[in-house]
Write a protein that binds this ligand. Structure first.
Ligand code: COA
Length: 385
């Protein structure tokens, strides 16, 4: 019998504060419609220094493990996809491994290629299980990032922060992936990068949009060919795209030859969470998936959906999977609406104050969360609540 492998559990962690995007537009003297209609944004997550990549990753991971009711001893691999790690050598995965008291007998590492890093982790986990090397164990794959372009830049309204954690396992409760059916496209381009030592990304914004569009056309064509060769239907109920800003998903969909009506049905339901959090780099595609399943998992049971992952630089992959019967129940366990409701709206002045901070304020973690508290003897310290 065919082995079913895919995403068994998925949970989200976001900073406790957010900015309404129209407040930002007014403060910058920009017509709010440019940000809301032109970019498709509504709200933007604002991470303070205590909510770093590690603390968001650990918080999301704990939620994903709890949602699955997983015994930690069943894990054999943890991969964190990130492009905003906290150390040149020690991976975010290592901190998470310690904070969650995970088993010693595990592979623990980060993967990096801009926003594709999480997908690299997901593919590694799926293929590790499919190969038999996992020997019945599951993987924890986390995407965690803080997207920063800086005050008063063109990229400013497309910032955000958050982590998405996924348990990858056999007989998944959320999404069974079509292993080996994918299309990839990679070229060496300078559309977005972050030189060592820089907090903010360098980005050639309009060029990055073009690089993304070239990549999605190529990767989608590759996926369609692979699907046809294996007699898998190329009809997709929904498509989740990488979402650096919501309008990008629309541009991608139209670029593939679909029309506006198809966008409303196939793509718009994937953008609800993304519009309220902003760009989370590696996690953006999976934030789209989380929002989609949270809204429509019952209707989508046993239906195939497409996923497109893009990492500037660039590499990309179009792949697919079938929503599981148990998806609605499992995604409900991640309590995503509560995660969003548990946030505080701040004004532009407070956002700018937080952006200028270089060390965490002395405040305790909120219940159920981890928090970075500072550096002692060159070692990063965390608290859990
Ligand atoms: N009302 C409604 N829409 C408006 C508007 C208004 N008053 N003013 C502008 N717009 C629209 C524009 O027409 C444009 O839409 P279109 O692309 O469909 O034509 C959109 O708003 C953005 O305007 P633009 O002038 O292109 O914005 P910008 O030059 O300030 O920057 C990005 C846009 C995306 C390039 C910038 O935010 C960025 O660099 N982001 C980070 C990089 C990124 O996310 N790249 C994606 C690939 S990974």
């Amino acid at each position: 019998m065919k082995t079913r492998i895919g995403i068994d559990s998925l949970a989200v962690a976001v900073p406790r504060r957010y900015l309404d995007i129209t407040d930002l537009a007014r403060a910058r003297g920009v017509d709010p419609a440019k940000y809301t209609q032109g970019l498709g944004a509504r709200e933007m997550a604002v991470a303070d220094p205590g909510e770093d990549t590690v603390s968001l990753a650990a918080t999301a991971a704990r939620r994903a493990i709890d949602a699955a009711g997983l015994d930690k001893s069943e894990l054999g691999l943890i991969v964190v996809g990130t492009e905003t790690g906290v150390d040149h050598s020690k991976p975010v995965a290592s901190f998470v491994h310690g904070l969650l008291d995970l088993p010693r007998a595990m592979r623990v590492y980060d993967t990096q290629h801009a926003c594709y890093g999480g997908t690299a982790g997901l593919m590694t986990a799926v293929e590790w299980i499919a190969s038999g090397a996992a020997d019945g164990r599951s993987a924890l794959v986390i995407c965690s990032d803080i997207a920063r372009y800086g005050i008063d830049t063109a990229g400013e309204p497309t910032q955000g922060a958050g982590a998405i954690a996924m348990i990858v396992a056999q007989n998944p409760a959320l999404l069974e992936l079509d292993i080996g059916i994918s299309g990839t496209s990679s070229t060496h381009v300078h559309d977005f990068w972050r030189p060592l030592g820089h907090r903010e990304a360098q980005v050639d914004g309009h060029y990055s949009v073009q690089c993304y569009l070239d990549a999605v056309a190529d990767a989608y064509a590759g996926w369609k060919t692979a699907a046809t060769e294996r007699d898998v239907s190329a009809a997709l109920a929904r498509i989740c795209y990488h979402v650096p800003f919501c309008k990008m998903a629309k541009k991608a969909h139209l670029h593939l030859g679909f029309d506006e009506a198809s966008f409303e049905t196939q793509v718009a339901p994937t953008l609800g969470l993304c519009a309220r959090i902003g760009n989370v780099y590696t996690g953006s595609l999976y934030l789209g998936l989380a929002g989609l399943l949270d809204a429509q998992a019952t209707d989508l049971a046993r239906r195939r959906i497409g996923l497109f992952s893009y990492g500037s630089g660039c590499t990309s992959e179009f792949f697919s999977g079938t929503v599981a019967n148990a998806a609605a129940e499992r995604i409900a366990a991640a309590r995503i609406a509560d995660v969003l409701a548990d946030r505080e709206r701040i004004g532009v002045e407070e956002y700018e104050r937080i952006m200028a901070m270089t060390a965490p304020a002395d405040e305790p973690p909120q219940p159920g969360r981890f928090r970075f508290t500072g550096v002692e003897a060159h070692r990063r310290q965390y608290l859990r609540a």
